[in-house]
Design a protein around this ligand. Structure first.
Ligand code: GLU
Length: 486
């Protein structure tokens, strides 16, 4: 069997992170099994769907690198079209076949009649299911004649009165009791087919072998099982993955922060980090690893590692994973990204430097960065900032007798320095002199000279940092250090 899976978004808004996770699981399963990943656009809700959202969702999927093998832009003639709005004739053909077979029926009841029947049933403590006369086979011929004469009718599916059992890859065995649903509409009287019907017709005709989707569709599945049965279609395997929830255990919504992929994209999250984090929300790595690339996961991806519990969406962890992926990138790529995606004075400064300088600047800032934009921020703070650190550490340095001596020694060297950057060798020579000639060692030497050069008590290795810092900046800082030390 060749695996065929689909991601079937409704283009009624931006791509949601839950949708991106569903797309990812389908993509990974297709890649893991050498199968086909289909993109189907479920745009039957004509009021809310738009081609603009379809385009934006596809752009987000492309940004995530979740590329489909078949879809509206990559049709396989055997299965096209891939937009439900272009498949109305197919749904109608199948709905009419069900009517012919007596498995569905025309219904002429008005909304008022249906509402009144429902209220009556509820008042009498009965299930509010369809009880109209049109379900009786005796009225089929009359119904057909009225439709042939041009009258509008909904098409309702005649729900079998029996329980249905689903063997779900995530939820296990789920039994839907008899009478859970009544006869339901599959085509509205305005001719528009409904989701549960279109979805099954499409999955059947598109030879979908596995339906991997959110648990919120579990309740739809009973209706879908009935339709598969009526169509005489083979059931696909189902995997209903648990929902994403916020820390308050409520379904993830805008209250919990950004829920659409494009907002993370704008905030410079890395697509591979987003895939990594989303993958973990509902699926676990066989070795319990939590940082991995999609390529690494493909050969390991199986449907038996889904968690049946809802996954809590945690931005702190997501940021951490982003940082891990950023640190995995090589310097050349990070240099390109800083220059392409970041802006500000430190980026302008960065762009004007040599490749060697840029490489070293990336080396010292990368360990402190989770986002690409942290790199220029750290360059600003570590290399370009001329402000002094205040607080306990600085006050302690001030109390050391040696601090003024260290400062004066270094200031003299810097004032007379002719190059634009201090070399590592000169810095080492100065440290040696401070040690040997002035007898300063330990903390007063290392912290004292750091403070004299950077105005800060802590920071990255001075031997790397100082050769990256323009002497003009060091001079500006020293004026401030001098005032502070008195
Ligand atoms: N169009 C549905 C949605 O966006 C997908 C349904 C399905 O995967 O079966 O939720």
């Amino acid at each position: 069997m060749t695996v065929r899976v689909r991601f079937a978004p409704s283009p009624t808004g931006y791509l949601h992170i839950g949708g991106a996770r569903t797309a990812l699981y389908n993509y990974l399963f297709a890649k893991a099994t050498g199968g086909t990943f289909v993109l189907r656009v479920e745009d039957t809700d004509i009021e809310r769907s738009s081609s603009e959202y379809e385009k934006l969702q596809i752009e987000d999927l492309q940004w995530l690198n979740l590329l489909h093998d078949e879809g509206p832009d990559k049709p396989n003639p055997k299965y096209a079209p891939y937009r439900q709005s272009e498949r109305s004739h197919i749904y109608m053909e199948h709905a009419l076949k069900l009517v012919e077979q007596g498995l569905a029926f025309y219904d002429f009841c008005t909304d008022e009649e249906l509402e009144a029947a429902k209220e009556k049933a509820m008042a009498e403590n009965r299930d509010p299911h369809y009880e109209g006369k049109w379900r009786e086979p005796a009225f089929a011929a009359e119904a057909k004649a009225r439709v042939a004469a041009g009258e509008k009718a909904a098409i309702r599916f005649r729900s079998p009165k029996k329980p249905y059992t689903l063997h779900d890859k995530v939820k296990g065995t789920v039994v839907f009791p008899e009478n859970m649903v009544g006869d339901f509409v599959i085509v509205r009287s305005n001719g528009l087919p409904v989701y549960n019907f279109c979805c099954v017709v499409d999955d059947y005709l598109m030879d979908i072998t596995h339906v991997i989707r959110g648990e919120d569709h579990l309740n739809n599945t009973v209706r879908q099982l009935m339709i598969y049965e009526a169509l005489g279609a083979k059931l696909p395997e189902f995997a209903h993955v648990s929902l994403l929830i916020g820390a308050d255990r409520q379904k993830l919504s805008k209250r919990h922060g950004a829920t659409s992929v494009n907002l993370y994209r704008n905030d410079h999250y890395l697509p591979e980090a987003m895939l990594n984090y989303l993958c973990l929300l509902g699926w676990s790595h066989p070795e319990e690893k939590d940082v991995f690339t999609p390529e690494e996961i493909i050969p390991l991806f199986t449907l038996d590692r889904f968690s049946a519990h809802s996954a809590i969406y945690d931005l702190v962890k997501f940021k951490y994973i982003n940082g891990q992926h950023l640190k995995m990138k090589d310097n050349a790529e990070l240099i390109k990204m800083v220059e392409e995606f970041c802006e500000g004075a430190s980026v302008d400064f960065f762009k004007a430097q040599s490749t060697e300088w840029k490489n070293k600047a990336i080396d010292i800032t990368k360990p402190y960065s989770d986002f690409i934009t942290d790199i220029p921020k750290n360059i600003q703070d570590m290399i370009l900032d001329t402000g002094l650190e205040s607080g306990e550490q600085a006050d302690e340095i001030k109390t050391w007798e040696s601090s003024v001596k260290v400062y004066q020694f270094i200031k003299e060297k810097v004032d007379n320095y002719s190059a634009d950057y201090i070399s590592e060798a000169d810095l080492n020579a100065w440290t040696d002199s401070l040690k040997k000639d002035l007898g300063i060692k330990g903390k007063p030497l290392f912290m004292g000279s750091r403070f004299a050069l950077t105005g800060k008590a802590h920071g990255p290795d001075l031997k790397i940092l100082i050769p990256l810092t323009p002497v003009t900046i060091i001079k500006n800082r020293q004026a401030e250090v001098g005032k502070f030390l008195g």
